[in-house]
Write a protein that binds this ligand. Structure first.
Ligand SMILES: Cc1ncc(COP(=O)(O)O)c(C=O)c1O
Length: 470
């Protein structure tokens, strides 16, 4: 057999990494991850790390989980892929039922909220939101609500990298260069309490959501935006929102009540709601399976991806209502079909992994782990407030973000060019903890199985790395 060069060398010679300045990547030897178990990962040189961001917010139950492994192996012995174009497969069908059942509100919701009834599979977060956007577009046209459907999304929104998702995104750093190839969407203020122009409170050593002084003007802004659209004689086909936490915008955790209020405004104006729960769905950002449900909101489109397979395989789902589904029914020659899909839609391996992951999620053990993890994170992150470069720590259950600043008393940010977030994460990796920053925001979101002592280590390492890097 031909001898190959070490993986790090091959990587640097042949690969191009996502969201990565490759000039910097080529300067240092990359960490080549080889194996994992529970919350731990090992590199090729045998170094052990804690996976503190669940491999980019995907891994729910830890790596190499025996139950998910078994489910995938059992499916592998039958068949690894069959097409959903013209054929059904049992794991995808069973998963469909499980998702619809999980998406049923666990508490009493207003009767007017939609009922999710149908599942459309795709491959990742971007494709799940793309599906929702296309369905909402066509639904608005077919039901005669508007011939030119338009979308509203939040400042800082990120819904993925496909063109529809990018069009609904509002992060200039990622999206501006491509503006010429995008369709126009509107943006409205996001509830970013720590940096909100309406928040009159002086900075304190606490999560900005809990000491803010405002009248929730961010809600009024949403209302004004809908009215503005109405005055122009139109309405939005859909309001696209990341419920609970706006992840890629910097883990912006929403104040209690915000989502419920803005969802009501959207409904009053006859707009549909797309919940991008790519990060939050089945994840640890709320005590409910979906962050929308924590605010008694049921969207018309629910996008689930990252954690769907327990973080094992690329698979996503967009759940929607019978009403939307019906708008695409007709005689064959009417061509009302939803002409959209992918080669790997409904992949049986992904579906088998997802069913096993949902079984785990519903187990008493995981429920206990989830609530304990959030408590440990709260306890061990508290000492970070002593650091002058910590401006905000915002925690939503098992998702925690630390915003680093040049001066906490003024909220003055570090210049991005100083790469503070990147340096902190590099120092953390040297100390055996892996995560990835969003600008100057450090994300901690470990798998549910992470133990008390592992959580303690994550925050001790984060503390020391911030001290060393700022
Ligand atoms: C809220 C949200 N939507 C969409 C996406 C895109 O998902 P993917 O990277 O799987 O395409 C992400 C990815 O981080 C996300 O956090």
């Amino acid at each position: 057999m031909k001898k190959t060069a070490p993986a790090a060398q091959l990587d640097q010679k042949y690969l191009w990494h996502p969201f990565t300045q490759m000039r910097d990547w080529l300067k240092a030897k990359p960490i080549v991850l080889e194996r994992g178990r529970g919350s731990h990962l090992w590199d090729l040189e045998g170094r052990k790390y804690i996976d503190a961001n669940s491999s980019i917010w995907t891994n729910l139950h830890g790596h190499n989980h025996p139950k998910i492994n078994r489910a995938i192996r059992a499916q592998l012995d039958k068949v690894s892929h069959v097409s959903a174009l013209g054929f059904a497969n049992a794991p995808a069908a069973i998963l469909g039922e499980r998702l619809i059942s999980l998406s049923k509100p666990q508490s009493r919701f207003p009767k007017s909220e939609p009922r999710l009834a149908k599942v459309f599979y795709s491959d990742d977060g971007s494709t799940s939101t793309e599906v929702a956007i296309k369905l909402a577009y066509e639904f608005a046209r077919r039901t005669g609500r508007t011939s030119k459907p338009r979308f509203l999304s939040l400042d800082g929104a990120y819904h993925g990298d496909t063109i529809g998702a990018v069009s609904a995104g509002h992060i200039d750093l990622f999206h501006k260069a491509y503006s010429g190839m995008l369709f126009k969407t509107d943006k409205v203020a996001s509830p970013y309490c720590y940096r909100c122009p309406f928040n009159k409170a002086k900075p304190e050593r606490a999560d900005a959501r809990y000491y803010r002084k405002c009248n929730m003007e961010c809600v009024d802004k949403v209302s004004e935006q809908f009215e503005k659209r109405n005055k122009r004689g139109g309405n939005y086909a859909a309001f696209i929102v990341e419920p609970g936490v706006q992840g890629p915008a910097g883990m912006i955790a929403q104040p209690k009540g915000w989502l419920g209020k803005v969802a009501s405004i959207a409904r009053e104006h006859g707009s549909q709601i797309i919940a991008d729960e790519v990060m939050t769905g089945l994840g640890g950002a709320s005590s409910t399976y979906f962050a929308s449900h924590a605010e008694k909101v049921q969207p018309d489109y629910l996008c689930i991806a990252k954690g769907l397979t327990g973080g094992y395989l690329p698979m996503a789902a967009t759940l929607t209502t019978k009403e939307v589904f019906s708008a695409f029914l007709g005689e064959y020659e009417e061509f009302k079909t939803f002409f959209h899909g992918h080669s790997f839609t409904g992949n049986p391996l992904g579906a088998a992994a997802s069913i096993a992951s949902i079984d785990l999620l519903e187990s008493a053990k995981t429920k206990k782990q989830r609530s304990q993890l959030a408590k440990y994170m709260k306890e061990f992150s508290a000492p970070l407030w002593k650091l002058d470069s910590v401006g905000d720590i915002r925690q939503s259950e098992g998702v925690l973000a630390v915003e680093l600043v040049a001066d906490w008393k003024t909220r003055k940010p570090f210049e991005l060019s100083k790469q503070v977030g990147i340096r902190v994460c590099n120092n953390m990796a040297n100390r055996g903890v892996l995560t990835r920053p969003i600008g100057n925001v450090i994300v901690v979101m470990p798998p549910y199985c992470t133990t008390q002592s592992q959580v303690k280590k994550i925050f001790t390492v984060l503390h020391d790395s911030i001290k060393e890097s700022t």
